[in-house]
Design a protein around this ligand. Structure first.
Ligand code: SF4
Length: 273
């Protein structure tokens, strides 16, 4: 079995930075570190961190002691303000690429544009960006005609380029002035481009990453378009021997929140098949 991995695989810059900051905080305080939602969308990594005293909580208002971590994809402005008001120690691991989305969205709003965020309205990053606009923004997940004078567009960092272009194209028809900031993060774009290229050269692709990870889901979507025999797995346990019948060349890629250890274990198991 020949196995090829994409060059950019495993943790992205933003996740590496966040994990490092959280580890440092847990070591310094001996635990008692709370993240609002999971710090990253990888259940295995979140479980490992729990052993070190890093606990995800759903509701920011539950935290009454210790250190609070703002996760990589940001929290809502009102949550951030609440934490700052309590005087609890806060660590902001929000990725600089996510802050860039907020920055452009706020700029567009201040300049009088109707802000459109292309992305998933249920994703924490989109909710966070919207909160910085006082919820005065439109979230689009599919091509939609809008009738407005001035529209300013930003994208969720983990969006796929194809979807962004399709939605922007549809907007052109209905608006007088359209201003676009492509805020898909570099890491997401590079990963998708490399995975698409590899998909055309192998018999089968494995996309490794959390089932709740937006960037892994998008990666699966773009890879599956090129290579229909593509599987999204979270861990080695999801692999099925039957998938490998007649397959001699396997490509492996992974989401930005997938630990190297999980990818290495998958690679070793595939070699055994
Ligand atoms: S995927 Fe991009 S935006 Fe998200 S944490 Fe990684 S580098 Fe930052």
């Amino acid at each position: 079995m020949k196995i090829v991995k994409t060059k950019n695989i495993g943790f992205c810059f933003g996740v590496k930075r966040a994990i490092k900051m959280v580890h440092k905080a847990a070591e310094a305080t001996g635990g008692n570190v709370y993240t609002i939602g999971p710090i990253i969308h990888n259940p295995q990594m979140v479980d490992l961190l729990k052993e070190k005293g890093v606990i995800p909580v759903e509701d920011v208002y539950q935290v009454k002691e210790g250190t609070v971590v703002f996760r990589t994809h940001g929290i809502k402005r009102e949550e951030e303000e609440y934490i700052k008001g309590t005087g609890l120690k806060a660590i902001d691991t929000t990725c600089p690429f996510v802050k860039r989305v907020r920055k452009y969205a706020k700029y567009l709003k201040n300049k009088g544009y109707q802000v459109v965020i292309v992305g998933d309205s249920n994703h924490p990053e989109v909710k966070s960006v919207l909160s910085y606009l006082d919820n005065d923004g439109i979230v689009l997940q599919e091509p939609t005609i809008l009738t407005a004078k001035k529209v300013g567009v930003v994208s969720q960092t983990t969006l796929d380029k194809g979807t962004f272009v399709e939605i922007v194209k549809e907007l052109i028809g209905g608006v007088e002035e359209l201003r676009i900031y492509n805020t898909i993060c570099e890491s997401t774009q590079i990963r998708q481009d490399e995975a698409i290229e590899l998909s055309g050269k192998v018999d089968m692709m494995l996309v490794v990453g959390g089932k709740n990870s937006s960037n892994t889901a998008k990666l699966y979507k773009v890879v599956h378009k090129v290579q229909p025999k593509t599987y999204h797995i979270e861990t080695v346990e999801d692999l099925e021997p039957g998938w490998f019948r007649g397959v001699s060349h396997v490509g492996i890629t992974g989401g930005a929140s997938t630990p190297d250890l999980i990818i290495d274990t998958v690679e070793r198991r595939v070699k055994n098949f």
